[in-house]
Design a protein around this ligand. Sequence first.
Ligand code: 2BA
Length: 105
Amino acid sequence: MAVVQGEDAGGAVQALSQAGFPVTRLASTGGFLQQGNATLLIGVDDDRVDGVISVLRDNCRERNRYLTPVPPMVQPGEFFMPYPVEVQVGGATVWVLPVESFERL
Ligand code: 2BA
């Protein structure tokens, strides 16, 4: 399972499919930035996991994003200047999970 940025999702899905890895793309949203990203489900045998990670590494870039903090409640006479906070996102956040069973019904 991998979370990738929306901009990288199309290319990553295409590259995975072309390399023979089955993939499902789900629309998702990051909890911190509250921006759309994509979650990819890729079911493969253990000996193909490194191949999947390699394709993701080649197709997912690290980018800088800016988060503008929500202004707090200010008292009369107080002033709050919201400075954007910079965070680095990606390339991909990857989990390798054991699968107990797999069936096509
Ligand atoms: P977001 O939650 O929107 O996080 C976007 C980026 O913001 C993260 O990039 C990280 O650089 C930063 N960030 C996240 N939480 C933070 C915090 N509490 N304080 C400061 N900075 C923070 P990535 O680490 O590359 O993560 C990209 C996306 O992957 C995340 O989007 C989230 O959707 C997913 N993700 C990452 N780690 C996860 C985890 N342990 N469990 C579930 N989803 C995760």
